[in-house]
Structure formats: C-alpha cells, structure tokens
Design a protein. Sequence first.
Length: 232
Amino acid sequence: MVLELNIDEKQSAFFSHIKLKSDSVMAANTIKGKWMMPNSSIKTQYVIAKNLDKKETFYYTRNHTIVPVSKVEDHRKLDWKITNEKDSILIYSVQKATADFGGRSWNAWFTNDIPFSDGPYKFSGLPGLILKISDITNSHSFELIGLEKIEANAYQLLRHKSYFQALNLSLDEYSKSVLAYRKEPGLLLKQKVFRGEVYFKDEEDKRKYLRDNEIRERKELAKDNNQIEILK
C-alpha cells in the first residue's frame, strides 16, 4: 500500500501500489488503442482520499467494472485517546493512541517527528503521522516500511476519468448497498438483464449465465469474510 502525502496542499491518497501500476499501464495502452484487463493480483481495490484542511475523507470504490465508481464521503470523527506508551519504528520515536472505528478497536503509533496529521486508510487526527495501526484482533494492520520523495506528478491514480464520473453517495447509502449486495450478490446483474441492458441468445443461456455469476460472486464473498469495517 502507498500513502501519498501532499504536504503543501494538506491532502493525501491511500491505495494499492499494484493497482497504481496496473491502472497506469492500462491508461498507456488505451492511448495506443489497446484494451486490457486490470492486474488480477490486485487485492485492494479501494482508494481513500483526504483533504486535511477541510477535514474531508472520501472512499472510492473499485473502477474498471460495469458498475460506476462510488465516491463515499465519511464524516465520522475519530475520538483518539493518547497514552503515555512510547516505542520506536524505523528511526522514529512513536507514541500510542487508541480509538474505536468501524466496529473495531484500534491501536495506533504516531510520531511527532513527522508533524503531518494523517495515516493509512481513513485514519487521521493525531499530532503526527501514524506509522503503525492495527485492530485489537490483529486482523488488519498497517505499518510503515519506508519513505520516498516523489515528483509532484508521479502518482496520478485519481486523475483517471472513471473517478471524475464517480457517483456521490452518503456513508449510509453506501453501507446499505454493501449489505444488500452481500445478501444477494447477483442482484445488480439481474436488474441489468431485466432492463434489457444485457443480451443472450436464448432463455437457457440467460439462466446459466445468471446462475454461474451468482456462484462466482458468492465464492468471492466467502473469501472476503473479514472486512476492515464491520457493517450491521
């Protein structure tokens, strides 16, 4: 994962490095008139963007699918409790803070040596950069492994047109859509078929396609059984 910090403009983006490279290659090939699929090894499809001045956090859903990208604004504020525990990560002195978020309890380690109030995923709001954070079950954990200074135009993931055309959703609307999908993963495709947006040679071909799609999506959901945010 990459946490791209724009310190001058107090903005950041958090995304998969494999996804960054894959989307860049796809964009370059599109210019050449070539079409290709995203890298199949991408495990993290979301992108998190923050504007720390405005205290805005946006969650972008997967692009390059038949479903438009959703841009979900998250207004929730993290209520950090800073402790007296201290340690070190790489060359940095860090201090522990705790908070509850997304149905989980989190332990974070931040450093005053990098006085930028941000961190991985949606986490921010501490006096310095979060270098390590994990939930108390250790199901999800992020830890800094290195820093690199990049050119201003090096990472341009969110400049792809699929993100500019994103559908704005509230957090409540998005949560309901995720729960509905997990309950009936084939519903979206069924709706497209019902509206006549997908065509088949006959009824048997349609039934088989819908059945195979639902089996495939339920298998994917079975693997994705420990989400970072617990929805109810």
